[in-house]
Ligand binder design. Structure first.
Ligand code: DC
Length: 284
């Protein structure tokens, strides 16, 4: 009998070809989908980095003595530039409020560390007050942190190393996207030493006491001028003499003495500096 050598081979060949084609088409489908996904991801990353590189937004830091009007200027600047305003002092005040309410002994590093684990701070924009307000564990504490009870202790709490590390970490995260104006005591020196614009605010002591007194008196008519003066001097002393990140003028900071300036005049000056820096960045 003649052996048909093709007979068994043909289905085998056919089978092999079929398997190869099925495998190839399945892999092609799979790999093309994967390829498409990876390309889309690359494209997104490139667009985002291009946007970041091309963004002309800068970081503006405003440091200075207590009650110099830092927050007023920072808020107005942020509004004009369409930036985010962050009141770093509010973070230290909110932490102090938590410590007071929960009887945390801040002399004990163990208690401080444990307490910080239970603190969540957040800024949420309030369209009614047109202000970013601070929330402590979900509660709006923007108003209560301005009380004298908190003001009397905040400098002590803000001098604690663990507290500063906790706050500074969060402040740096907030500045990642640039486009922020942050005020405080160590923003230009420690938090954002490479900020494009650093302003250091100062004003005559008597003027600062008077301004602070007026502000507090509106909320609490029982407050005395003497009390306000003592609190201001004490905070300035502790803030500038503490071991960790004391209040200092950054070398590259522009000094803004507003003793004889109206809020409009100081805003005009600061806006010019900011626009100059933004233009410099755009030209690079
Ligand atoms: O700006 P303020 O008065 O709300 O700040 C409250 C306190 O917090 C003040 O005594 C100094 C401290 N503070 C600080 O140590 N570092 C900052 N960046 C901001 C405030």
């Amino acid at each position: 009998m003649e052996i048909d050598i093709f007979r068994p081979v043909f289905p085998l060949r056919f089978g092999v070809i079929l398997c190869v084609s099925v495998f190839t088409s399945v892999s092609l489908r799979y790999f093309s989908a994967l390829f498409l996904r990876v390309s889309a991801l690359f494209l997104r990353v490139s667009v985002l980095s291009l946007q970041y590189m091309k963004s002309n937004k800068i970081i503006i830091t405003i440091d200075g003595w207590s009650s110099c009007g830092k927050s007023t200027l920072a808020r107005q600047l942020a509004k004009k530039l369409d930036y985010t305003y962050i009141d770093s002092g509010a973070m230290y005040r909110a932490i102090t409020l938590y410590f007071l309410r929960n009887h945390v002994d801040w002399e004990s590093s163990r208690e401080v560390k444990q307490a910080l684990k239970n603190i969540e701070l957040e800024f949420i924009f309030n369209p009614i007050s047109a202000n970013s307000e601070i929330y402590l564990n979900g509660e709006n504490v923007e108003f209560v942190i301005r009380d004298m009870v908190v003001a009397e202790k905040v400098s002590e709490v803000a001098a604690i190393k663990e507290v500063r590390e906790f706050a500074v970490d969060q402040q740096r995260i907030m500045g990642r996207g640039k486009g922020i104006v942050m005020d405080g005591r160590d923003i230009g020196t420690t938090v954002f030493p490479h900020a494009e614009l650093k302003i250091f605010m100062t004003a005559d002591n008597a003027v600062r006491v008077e301004r602070r007194f007026k502000e507090l008196f509106e909320k609490n008519p029982n407050v005395s001028l003497e009390e306000v003066k003592n609190n201001l001097e004490m905070r300035d002393y502790i803030d500038s003499n503490r071991e960790v990140s004391p209040l200092r003028q950054a070398r590259s900071a522009i000094v803004l003495d507003n003793t004889n300036l109206t809020p409009e005049e100081q805003l005009k000056l600061a806006l010019k500096w900011a626009r100059d820096r933004i233009a410099e960045k755009a030209a690079k």
